[in-house]
Design a protein around this ligand. Sequence first.
Ligand code: KIV
Ligand code: ZN
Length: 508
Amino acid sequence: MIFDTTLRDGEQTPGVSFTPEEKLRIARQLARLGVDVIEAGFPAASPGDLEAVRRIALEVEGPTICALARAKEADIRAAWGAVRYAERPRIHVFIATSDIHLRHKLRLSRDEVLKRAREMVAYAGSLCPDVEFSPEDASRTDPAFLHEVLEAVIDAGAATVNIPDTVGYAIPSEFAALIRGIVEVVPNIDRAVISVHCHDDLGLAVANSLAAVAAGARQVECTVNGLGERAGNAALEEVVMALEVRRDLFGLGTGINTREIVRTSRLVSSISGISVPPNKAIVGDNAFAHESGVHQDGVLKERSTYEIIDPKTVGFTRSELVLGKLSGRHAVREKLREMGYELSDEELERVFARFKELADLKEVSEADLEAIVADELFRPAEIYKLEQVQVVCGDKGIPTATVALRAPDGEVLIDSNHGTGPVDAVYRAINRIVGEEPRLIAFSIKAITGGLDAIGEVSITVESPEVRGENGRPRIFSGQGASTDIVVASAKAYLNALNKLLAAKGGQ
Ligand code: KIV
Ligand code: ZN
């Protein structure tokens, strides 16, 4: 079983924060991908997270919808309040079990932790039919105590026991032995599914997860693109494809529709603002690129000489032309339907107009269409709308930008500014109009398809000291924009983030 925690542990990636709409969009794609469980969030952490989990529970069909809770009644109530609307709800209760955590963080004895784990699993079970339990920092926990805790929580009703390598400390052989020990020693383990949750601090998250599967684990917790706390979690696409490609060795499969992997990866990368390195396994741009002449010759003669996966299996169709300038509305609607988008007539008109503009310039691929849909349909309620951008730049002049924005009352506001480059000048001009000066944390630009006529997709994240989260730290807002003109894409992305910031400021 594939338990996806992109929306919970993945959101703990430094610099990443999802709005409820973004979480919903990712959850819908995860359902299309075929994950078994979506860990949608940690409802006790904030009202925003509770609301996002509730909406996913209400609107996303297929996977089990899970919410995380500390071993505390209030957390469990919040988790239940959010997931209770799901077809298949799950509450995931956790408490640390290693002596390091007990002594320094929880300041509880082993007996107190054991009692709390048992009681809180029973409490969660009184509300929700499906309860998962995690002994946090399991890989650094005394195995004898770990076994005792697992036996107690299974008796209390936990149907899944998840073994986290919370700090990414384990080595595959050692982690496999830990799982084997659980299988052999915990007397009631046959009443629960063993799950694993590995972090990548030593670059071993996927290796540890696979070693655990070979030792008897049947649920793997992972994230798209390996997002997650610190160095991240086990990457879903790598775990799934390793099981798929080496089915001969594992004799196991997943319910994942592998053809949706690349699309899911791109969506998460675009919304999170965390780009995928080109050499990333399975989903990186170079994952199937053959550079050496000897390799190219081999692949041309027989693909399997240097390729263990057909790129189409994971959904790489980027080079394939899907539509041209003669394609009509019907063809575009059908292609979008095939890609999983059911558009209203009004939405189709907007996407079709953008498609026509692009089709006049180039052949339009599926990835281009995906970028247009994202840019046209998934922008949050716009407070300021981009009307026009114009820049003057070059190696001798002063980069200068003039921007026109439509304000909420319909008035068009125009201002200009200069900067270190055209994008900086555009951002400064927008700041003057809107009266905000957020700090830019990250900026990345990616060509959606190859070639000079490609659509450029810009992802940025900004923060403002004036808008703080529950933890008192400035909240992070991400924005995306797409256009064949990278300055326009940059302006759209910035305005997208700024509109979210202004909405949050208004709601404060
Ligand atoms: O890494 C970890 O231990 C976790 C738990 C909450 C499962 O994320
Ligand atoms: Zn984790």
